[in-house]
Design a binder for this molecule. Structure first.
Ligand SMILES: Nc1ncnc2c1ncn2[C@@H]1O[C@H](COP(=O)(O)OP(=O)(O)OP(=O)(O)O)[C@@H](O)[C@H]1O
Ligand SMILES: [Mg+2]
Length: 365
């Protein structure tokens, strides 16, 4: 029982005992006064019915009857028709207690039902909004990928010409020109990165799912990442178990994992350890865990990290995690994140195993 419930129970009991005390303490007073006291019993009975519903109304009125009945015998000194009449009158306590309790219970039940209907409606509304959002994202994606294709070619030309001019400016010792051309090249690279991210995000091609050796995918990924990690004073601690083949598209999976590993490395500005593990998860799934010791993600940002274009990095596109999320979803896998600001972040990926191999027992390497 809650503290409020305990408080209400105490109030009801104190009122019942108080009124009973008035009855027993004034046995010599005229009956009219007792008639008045008797009516006071309705207060705790109605209170009990309101707070504790049917059970409360019934128990409070039963307690009142139990305490009040002996007083009648004491007052009148015999059991005659007057006492029986008074007892019948006191029976009204039960009637009032039970009816009020029943009504309180009914209104409580109706309120609960309304609340349930309301939350169902809200869920439906949320689903509808999500559906509309994904429809909007899909058409936005198509539009974006069309534009991205068109922009990529001129960007390529700008970069090539700028590189040639850069070379010539270097040879001619034109420092201010060299600096300007360097900026053009790095900005072209950044624009290219955004476009690549958008194309990945909007890529309409289906995955080529087939039984894939997860351990090998991660080994290949580590080969590419080790030198970058070293540059950032990050040590990679990999614990890869042999698990049955995953049902995956190796290239896309690598891309998804690469985004997570890159984020992990970038989050550790002072260096640290990036832990990567592969093991057998639950329900015919493999579990890949990536943990960094970086700056972590604050509570406000956490719900948005998978949103396209959400970034807290200067020069970031904010597309890395949305691409990763899309790829893992397309694999029918799940991705979960936990993060503690100042301590680090963990991403857990559950990926389905290939159907014909899920009975194979995993073994350590
Ligand atoms: N391991 C991590 N540690 C701390 N913050 C993270 C981590 N992973 C993601 N984030 C946060 O989520 C945001 C979105 O990540 P996402 O990979 O989508 O984009 P980005 O890394 O900012 O840009 P890009 O991937 O183009 O470099 C990041 O800007 C960062 O704030
Ligand atoms: Mg990123």
């Amino acid at each position: 029982m809650t503290n409020k419930g305990k408080g209400n129970l105490t109030l009801v009991l104190v009122l019942i005992l108080g009124v009973t005390g008035l009855h027993y303490g004034t046995t010599k007073s005229p009956w009219a006064i007792h008639d008045f006291y008797r009516r006071l019993y309705y207060i705790p009975i109605i209170l009990a019915a309101f707070h504790f519903k049917l059970r409360g109304g019934f128990m409070a009125s039963a307690l009142v009857m139990f305490l009040y009945a002996p007083h009648l015998l004491l007052y009148f000194g015999r059991l005659d028709i007057t006492v029986i009449n008074q007892l019948l009158e006191a029976g009204m306590f039960m009637v009032v207690g039970v009816i009020t309790g029943y009504l309180a219970e009914e209104s409580y039940r109706r309120e609960l039902q309304l609340q349930r209907q309301l939350s169902q409606l809200m869920k439906m509304d949320l689903l509808e909004r999500k559906l509309r959002q994904s429809e909007r994202l899909a058409s936005l994606g198509q539009l974006a990928s069309g534009i991205a294709h068109e922009i990529r070619n001129p960007l390529g030309i700008i970069k090539t010409i700028s590189q040639t001019l850069h070379q010539e400016a270097l040879e001619a010792g034109e420092d201010s020109l060299t600096e300007g051309l360097h900026i053009i090249e790095s900005e072209t690279d950044r624009a290219n990165k955004v476009i690549k991210g958008m194309l990945d995000f909007a890529r309409p091609e289906p995955l080529h799912l087939k039984p894939t050796n997860g351990e090998q995918v991660l080994h290949e990924l580590l080969t590419v990442l080790r030198s970058l990690a070293k540059q950032h004073q990050v040590e990679i601690d990999s614990r890869l178990q042999s698990v049955p083949p995953l049902q995956a598209d190796a290239d896309r999976l690598k891309q998804a994992l690469m985004n997570l590993m890159l984020n992990g490395i970038q989050s550790m500005e002072q260096g640290g350890t990036l832990a990567l593990s592969l093991e057998k998860g639950t329900d015919s799934m493999a579990l890949i865990t990536i943990t960094d010791q970086g700056q972590g993600i604050d509570k406000e940002s956490l719900p948005h990290i998978f949103d396209p274009f959400f970034t807290t990095k200067e020069g970031g596109t904010g597309l890395g995690l949305s691409v990763t999320h899309r790829i893992i979803e397309e694999h029918r896998g799940t991705i979960d994140v936990t993060s503690e600001p100042g301590k680090g972040t963990t991403f857990k990926l559950h990926l389905p195993l290939a159907q014909n191999h899920i009975e194979e027992a995993p073994h350590e390497t």
